[in-house]
Design a protein around this ligand. Sequence first.
Ligand SMILES: [Zn+2]
Length: 87
Amino acid sequence: MNSGYPPFHWFEVEAVLKQPSSFTKPLMPKPKRKPRDCPWCGQPTRWVWWSSSPKSWESLCGRAGWIRVCEPCRYSSDISEEGFIMS
Ligand SMILES: [Zn+2]
């Protein structure tokens, strides 16, 4: 698999959406403002805490941050938009 750099492949986002909450515990406060609408369909998006795989953190290339997600479109925003954490 290649790097965890954004933008993500949808399967990476989906993996996070399916992870047990212990893996996705946010390390940064959720942005207070409302997420911008999806650029593809114009519907509201939602904030999702994204974190790369536990393996990537072990090898010191982990990344985590808030992204905006539109599930029907499989759209996700860039992790760097809201700032992110690197191991
Ligand atoms: Zn959309």
